[in-house]
Each structure stands twice: as structure tokens, then as C-alpha cells.
Design a protein around this ligand. Structure first.
Ligand SMILES: [Zn+2]
Ligand SMILES: [Zn+2]
Length: 426
């Protein structure tokens, strides 16, 4: 799968792997009492626009909303539809409607999201979103971070580790913002214009620029961790301590940045190694202020996303998908006209016994039926011929043991179950 291609189609050789991945993810989430939400792929443009821009400066808001995939040109009309670029906003609106005093809700959603980047064609990508809503305690942060680690480990990505940072709170980060702006102005010549403008509008922006001069200038600049108030510093210390006690590897990385500016306090990335380099496969953080801005209700929350496309690619690269046990199956062929009814009846009876069948679509000579049955990976071939049926029998060929027999019509299922048993396929 090429991530630069905007549209994804998965054929059966990939779909079974997607199902394995999805089942493993759902299993871990259900053990932690997270409930699935199935969001509409179509969203109201106005709602998404308001949600994404709620906590942004004007310049940044313009940039962020350019990535939204609308179904027609908006021309300032906010009543249009959009393909969902993310899920948190919808989940907050839903939660605001149902949440009661002291309620805590745990939700997740998994599916395609759509965004445009740098004016390119819309890109489809798959994302798992997990949200814990209604709690501002550090316990929730640790629950959510641990859950993300657990999911990655359960998928076989054992080297997953954390990059942690804190974005502070409304009490402590304004001082950081101000110092950062002063610093940027003083060092404007050392930064490319992309870095300067992105960081000037959002000091937490992930510039993705690797320019030497930019990197050096930014690393010498003010760091939010030096500005944390006692509450934020204490909470961050508790997150680190608990994650360390859980034997989760972490590093404090002041470069964990988020383009969605709505995060506060703990932010994190889930990182694995690929070709010796760090590969971010997900991340998240606390977003206590967002709900108030977009729903009018104060709902402290913490959540994360996993980049399922990246995880899928890594799992394929590491050969972490093991084929499911191939199920026993029977090829049913008829060599006479007017016996389709019987084919279907035999198939139905076998299905009731959880035996998979493949039906021949035409009349063939026996050699050809054998070849087709082998090609379809079947262990048994049943051939219905008029002259045999008249004598109350049909032909059953064991394709594994390469022998055949006539079996009586009223014992077809029993004989097939016996054959399955002899092949150790129950
Ligand atoms: Zn603070
Ligand atoms: Zn730069």
C-alpha cells in the first residue's frame, strides 16, 4: 500500500489481515470496557469547522481547515457536508448530549478518515480513535496511555515506546507562548518561513521541518516543560512515574508536538523503530478545554489515535500476520442436468454442520472436477451423477488421501463428517 495514493482498496489477500488486526484491537478495548461508536463518514461542515478551529489562532485555523475535504466548494457556506477528517469532535457532541454529573464514558471508533495536505488530492487513511470522557484525573491519562501501549503490544509491536511531553494549562502556558514569540522574532533569520509562521501561530505546532538551522534554533528556544506550574509539573511527574512502574519505556521529548492545538497537559506519541529510525504510529493527549468551546459543556477528556495504515504496514513488514487455520471444505459437482437442487440441498445440510462448500458452476468431466476442487483448496469432492443417484449413491473422493468411494445418499453428511475427522480437521 502506498500512502501517497489517496484511495484504498483492499482485496481478499489483505482483507483477512485487516480482520485479524481489527479483532485484536477490539478485543483489548472490550477488556477495558471501551464501547464502539460508528460515526458517519459524512459530517456537517459547520460542526467540523467550528470544532477544529475552536482553540486556534486565525492563521492556524485557515491552514487547518484547508485540509478538510468538502463535497463541493464551500464559498463561505458553512452548511455543506464534509468527509470526516477526525472523530473527536463528533464524539464530544454525542457525549455532551448524554453525559450526567460525574459520568465517565469510554468510546472508540475505527475507520477511514479524509484529509487534503498542501493542496493535494484528498487522502484516505484509517484511524483508531479512543476517548475517555468526563475525568480530569491523572489515573485516566495513565489508563489511556497504557491502553494504547497494550493494543500495540497485542498486535505484536513489542518495541512500542512512549514519547511524553506536557503542554501545561491555561495558568502556566501563556508565559511560554509569550517567550516563544519573542524568541522567534529575535531568531527569525535562522528559521525557514514555514517554521517561523507555524510556530509563531502555534508554538506547539509539528513543523515536520528537518532543516539544520531550524532544528538548532528551535532546540535552543524556550521549552514548555520549564514553564509548568506546580500542578502541571506534579501531574506530569505522576504520569512518568506510573508509566515507569508499568515497565513502559518512555522518553521525555519536548518535540512531541501536535498540530491540533486543543491539547493541554500530558501529550504523547507511540513510537516504534523502523530501519533504525523512530516511526510515530499514534499519539494523543488531554483536551480538557475543547468541549467547553464546541459544546458549551465542560467535559475533561483524554484520548489517542493510532495510525492503522502505518501499523498494518509495519505488521506486514515484520510478518506478524499468521494465516488463520484453513477450514475443511467440500467441492460439490453435478454431472447431470436437473440435479442442481440436490447440490444445493447437500450444501445446506453441510452448512448446518459448519462445513464450508464450494459449488461447481458447470458440468465437467471428473478429471476437470478434481482439478477445480484442488484449485479451490477443498479436501473432498462430491460428484452427483444421475446413474448413481438412481441407485441411491453418490461419488465421494478424498483429495488428500487420493481415494474414492460411493456413499449412500442418506448418509452423505455422516460420511463427510467421518472423512473430516480422519483428516484431523474437526
Ligand atoms: Zn499548569
Ligand atoms: Zn524550517
Amino acid at each position: 500500500m502506498n500512502s501517497s495514493v489517496g484511495i484504498h482498496q483492499f482485496m481478499p489477500d489483505k482483507v483477512w489481515k485487516w480482520k485479524v488486526l481489527e479483532q485484536k484491537v477490539a478485543h483489548v478495548l472490550s477488556l477495558h470496557d471501551y464501547q464502539e461508536i460508528r460515526l458517519s463518514v459524512l459530517q456537517d461542515y459547520g460542526v467540523i469547522h467550528q470544532g477544529i478551529t475552536a482553540l486556534m489562532q486565525k492563521d492556524e485555523a485557515h491552514q487547518a481547515t484547508e485540509g478538510i475535504v468538502n463535497l463541493s466548494q464551500p464559498n463561505g457556506d458553512l452548511s455543506l457536508l464534509t468527509l470526516r477528517p477526525e472523530g473527536t469532535i463528533s464524539v464530544l457532541h454525542h457525549t455532551a448530549k448524554i453525559i450526567g454529573d460525574k459520568d465517565v464514558h469510554r468510546f472508540y471508533y475505527l475507520g477511514p478518515m479524509f484529509r487534503k495536505e498542501n493542496g493535494n488530492a484528498p487522502r484516505e487513511f484509517h484511524q483508531l480513535g479512543v476517548e475517555l470522557l468526563g475525568s480530569d484525573s491523572v489515573i485516566s491519562e495513565n489508563e489511556v496511555i497504557s491502553l494504547g501501549i497494550k493494543i500495540c503490544q497485542n498486535l505484536g509491536l513489542k518495541d512500542v515506546h512512549l514519547h511524553l511531553n506536557s503542554f501545561g494549562c491555561n495558568a502556566c502556558r501563556p508565559a511560554f507562548f509569550e517567550d516563544m514569540k519573542n524568541y522567534l522574532q529575535k531568531h527569525e533569520t535562522e528559521l525557514c518561513s514555514g517554521c517561523f509562521h507555524q510556530l509563531y501561530t502555534n508554538p506547539f505546532a509539528d513543523t515536520t521541518c528537518n532543516g539544520e538551522s531550524c532544528t538548532a534554533a528551535i532546540s535552543r528556544g524556550p521549552k514548555i516543560l520549564d514553564y509548568l506550574c506546580p500542578k502541571c509539573r506534579n501531574n506530569f511527574a505522576r504520569v512518568k512515574k506510573i508509566q515507569a512502574n508499568l515497565a513502559h519505556q518512555y522518553i521525555v521529548n519536548p518535540r512531541v508536538n501536535k498540530n491540533f492545538a486543543y491539547y493541554n497537559e500530558t501529550v504523547f506519541d507511540f513510537v516504534i523503530k523502523q530501519n533504525g529510525m523512530d516511526l510515530v504510529i499514534g499519539g494523543g493527549g488531554r483536551y480538557d478545554y475543547l468541549s467547553q468551546m464546541i459544546t458549551g459543556k465542560n467535559i475533561p477528556a483524554v484520548g489517542f489515535y493510532l495510525n492503522i495504515d502505518r501499523i498494518f504496514e509495519s505488521m506486514e513488514r515484520r510478518e506478524l500476520f499468521t494465516p488463520l487455520d484453513k477450514s475443511f471444505s467440500v467441492y460439490i459437482a453435478s454431472q447431470s442436468d436437473d440435479l442442481e437442487m440436490m447440490m444445493l440441498q447437500i450444501a445446506q445440510e453441510l452448512h448446518e454442520n459448519n462445513i464450508k462448500t464450494v459449488l461447481s458452476t458447470d458440468k465437467h468431466a471428473i478429471e476437470e472436477d478434481i482439478a477445480l476442487a484442488l484449485k479451490a483448496n477443498c479436501e473432498l469432492l462430491v460428484v452427483i451423477r444421475e446413474e448413481n443417484v438412481r441407485e441411491g449413491k453418490i461419488l465421494m473422493r478424498n483429495l488428500v488421501k487420493e481415494h474414492q468411494d460411493y456413499i449412500t445418499l442418506h448418509e452423505i453428511t455422516e460420511e463427510i463428517l467421518l472423512a473430516r475427522k480422519s483428516l484431523n480437521k474437526d
